[in-house]
Design a protein around this ligand. Structure first.
Ligand code: ADP
Ligand code: MG
Length: 350
């Protein structure tokens, strides 16, 4: 009898537990660490769970393919080949071809062969130093896309030339996330790969996603913004000197280098945000935004705005200048929320 009472009590407790347990909440978010970056994905609609799983695996695959510090990545193998021909996949060839197009269209401001110079400043290994002018001058001889050769069967770099896809890899990765979301019928979602953001569709309530543009003058405060962008179906990619830098003898040196001089770009800009369509009909706009955010940061305000006016690429811009202005191109101005009290002056250019 005692035994029966115990059993009954146990069954009762089990029933209670089952009744109290909330139904499994669907998980729409995922956090991934790849490409030296904490990435956060959100997906709604369609096969969102599959999409999140595939996105995570894809980020690890791209890390293995594109990392400069992994010796057996395709980039690592190209860099260590010292002039020898290397067998690489179509994907990397395609990426190198598009990098070459961005170098040409930005008149050399974007250049993946800046790699040895990036290393000389210690940005590859986090052992920062200011290189000697003579060293920079000699390294600059190896910089230029004419040192990268692609043919049907192989790819090779001239002796001394190295490549660094840091200025375009996360943008390319965000293109792949967009494709994975589209293939799986995801209609709303975001992907934040550091300064590379994709905002697909709208928020759940039908309003635009709100994407903050960090305030470079307050870079220590992750909640300080120079502006908020209200975005639908857009990539928004920001490059800024505040993201990675070191100080020596009271001077600050950051990680975006001017390929013409070998020194950190000093063009009067604190950050550049490039915005372009990420809907299903767009293709490659994540990489475009990434390459251009780096290049236009090197160019400076005047040339960047002129580039926006005169080239055929479909993008809009938000520039934060050293003299305290937020400059926005016409097509984006209605999506920009100004930050009261930030001290910035907001301007629209057409
Ligand atoms: P982040 O990688 O911090 O998002 P960017 O997209 O602007 O920032 O890329 C900067 C990285 O690209 C640097 O860390 C370096 O690896 C590489 N790089 C630096 N200067 C250039 C340049 N002028 N063109 C192409 N890549 C660059
Ligand atoms: Mg970039």
């Amino acid at each position: 009898m005692k035994c029966f009472a115990k059993l009954a009590a146990a069954v009762w407790m089990l029933l209670c537990l089952c009744a109290c347990k909330a139904p499994e909440e669907p998980v729409h978010d995922r956090q991934v660490f790849a490409m030296d970056t904490v990435m956060v994905f959100k997906a709604y609609g369609g096969e969102y769970e599959t999409a999140l799983e595939e996105a995570e695996q894809e980020m690890q695959r791209l890390d293995d393919l594109l990392s400069r510090t992994k010796e057996d990545s395709e980039v690592g193998r190209l860099n260590s080949a010292a002039g020898e021909h290397v067998q690489v996949g179509d994907e990397i060839q395609e990426l190198l071809r598009s990098a070459a197009i961005y170098t040409e269209s930005t008149n050399g401001a974007f250049d993946i062969t800046i790699a040895p110079v990036v290393a000389a400043w210690g940005f590859t290994t986090d052992s920062y130093q200011v290189p000697e002018p003579a060293e920079l001058e000699s390294l600059l001889q190896t910089v230029g896309m004419e040192h990268v050769h692609l043919d049907a069967d192989s790819t090779w770099l001239d002796v001394g030339t190295q490549i660094d896809l840091g200025g375009i890899a996360k943008g390319y990765a965000s293109d792949r996330v967009a494709e994975i979301y589209h293939e799986n019928g995801v209609v709303q979602g975001t992907a934040a790969l550091g300064g590379n953001v994709m905002a697909l569709g709208t928020k759940r309530d039908g309003t635009p996603w709100r994407v903050g543009v960090r305030d470079p003058r307050n870079s220590g405060d992750a909640n300080a913004y120079a502006a908020i962008l209200n975005l639908t179906d857009s990539f928004a990619v920001t490059s800024g000197g505040y993201e990675r830098y070191f100080e020596e003898n009271g001077k600050t040196y950051h990680h975006i280098l001017n390929p013409a001089t070998g020194y950190p770009a000093d063009s009067g800009l604190l950050s550049v945000t490039v915005v372009a369509d990420c809907s299903e009909r767009s293709h490659g706009n994540g990489a475009l935004c990434d390459a251009l955010s780096t290049a236009l940061f090197v160019m400076g305000e005047e040339q960047a705005v002129e580039f926006w006016r005169s080239n055929g690429y479909p993008f809009e811009l938000l520039l934060v200048t050293e003299d305290g202005r937020v400059v926005v191109t016409k097509g984006l101005s209605e999506q920009v929320e100004q930050m009261e009290g930030s001290g910035y002056i907001y301007e629209t250019v057409s």
